[in-house]
Design a protein around this ligand. Structure first.
Ligand SMILES: *Cc1c(COP(=O)(O)O)cnc(C)c1O
Length: 361
């Protein structure tokens, strides 16, 4: 199936202009959706077919649909940005397409040709371009995803898949808008084990992380930070963001991609930009006790989390059991702010794009 084989069925009753304007004036992350969705079907033996841009609406699923039982489901998350000159753009969409297929392989699902993934993303942005929020930091968050749609209770990789893309206007991710977040170290729960699905962007990883996130919120923190499953010692990542540690000797550290950590595209971009800034970037394990010791000695000056949804978010405080430690002065640090600004400036078309990350639409 070719990438330009989409049939387009515009919404017969699109959201009224005034309702849409009100909806995008102050969007809460992931609550408001645009009028359209992209849908493509896969059937073993036939391949990908029936690519459509259509009115967004409920899916009808047979109760025996495989995903409802064995959770073969993967997703991506990326943003369409409005550049300062008014044009729309995507950031490293090829990397999302490639990672989507890496996730598909791990979950024994059908791979979607990368050009079809990118074409689907372009289609939804074109269909719903008038849903861009006007707020600062606003973007159209795009959620490509795929689930096992075969109706069969046998335990095997499904023979049918459904790929969709939906879109949601978003502002800033963290409700509080606080300058730095507070983290809770989970000792009871881990997110991913060696040989498991930690490097795949699958719904199941999130399902497994929610109880720890719930615990973090109940204890008054913003996010949970997971330790490795084998030793409960090495810092891995948050439920949906990668971690960076900044030191007073001009180096930054991020945990290595050993299969239990999601290979974030923001993580990769930050490593590149940090090297540009003359920082020494090391992908190496970093222990929770060392984090505390380094924060207390002042050797560690900043820490931040990163991902598409929240971009770069400084960590102000970390709590484990009943003890807490503060990072730097507890707010955003200079290196964090510098890297965030460099990234956002490229994403928004305010700075040169030396790595060809931005695709103008
Ligand atoms: C998506 C995700 C990230 C961040 O990836 P980006 O490509 O930077 O958005 C980090 N960790 C997990 C677990 C994720 O699912």
């Amino acid at each position: 199936m070719s990438a330009n084989a989409f049939s387009r069925l515009p919404h017969p009753r699109p959201t009224a202009d005034d309702v849409r304007a009100a909806a995008i004036a102050d969007p809460v992350f992931g609550r408001i959706f645009t009028d359209h969705m992209v849908s493509i079907r896969y059937t073993e033996g036939k391949g990908w077919h029936d690519a459509q841009v259509m009115p967004r609406g409920p899916l009808t699923l047979d109760p025996a649909t495989a995903v409802l039982h064995y959770a073969q489901e993967i997703f991506e998350g990326l943003k369409a940005y409005r550049l300062d000159d008014g044009a729309m753009a995507l950031f490293r969409v090829e990397a999302n397409a490639a990672r989507f297929n890496a996730s598909a392989r791990r979950m024994a699902m059908a791979e979607l040709p990368e050009e079809l993934f990118i074409a689907a993303v372009r289609e939804i942005v074109a269909a719903d371009a008038d849903w861009f929020p006007q707020v600062d930091g606003g973007a159209l968050y795009l959620r490509p995803f795929m689930y096992a749609s075969e109706v069969f209770l046998g335990v095997k990789p499904a023979a049918e898949y459904h790929f969709l893309v939906i879109a949601s206007p978003v502002g800033n991710y963290f409700k509080s808008g606080a300058p730095a977040i507070s983290l809770w170290v989970s000792d009871d729960y881990t997110r991913a084990a060696p040989g498991g699905t930690g490097a795949a962007k699958c719904g199941g990883n999130y399902a497994a992380s929610l109880i720890a996130q719930q615990e973090a919120i109940a204890k008054g923190h913003d996010q949970v930070v997971f330790l490795d499953a084998a030793e409960r010692r090495w810092i891995e990542e948050l439920g949906g963001m990668n971690m960076f540690f900044v030191f007073d000797d001009g180096s930054i550290v991020t945990p290595p991609l050993t299969g239990t950590i999601l290979p974030g595209i923001t993580r990769d971009a930050i490593m590149t930009l940090a090297r540009d800034e003359g920082l020494t970037v090391r992908e190496e394990r970093y222990a929770i006790d060392q984090w505390q010791a380094d924060a207390e000695s002042g050797r560690l000056t900043e820490s931040f989390a990163c991902g598409t949804a929240a971009v770069v978010t400084p960590v102000g405080k970390v709590t484990r059991h009943d003890a807490s430690f503060t990072i730097g002065a507890g707010g955003s640090g200079q290196v964090t702010a510098k890297l965030k600004n460099r990234l956002v400036d490229i994403q928004r078309g305010r700075a040169a794009d030396p790595y060809g990350w931005v695709t103008r639409l």
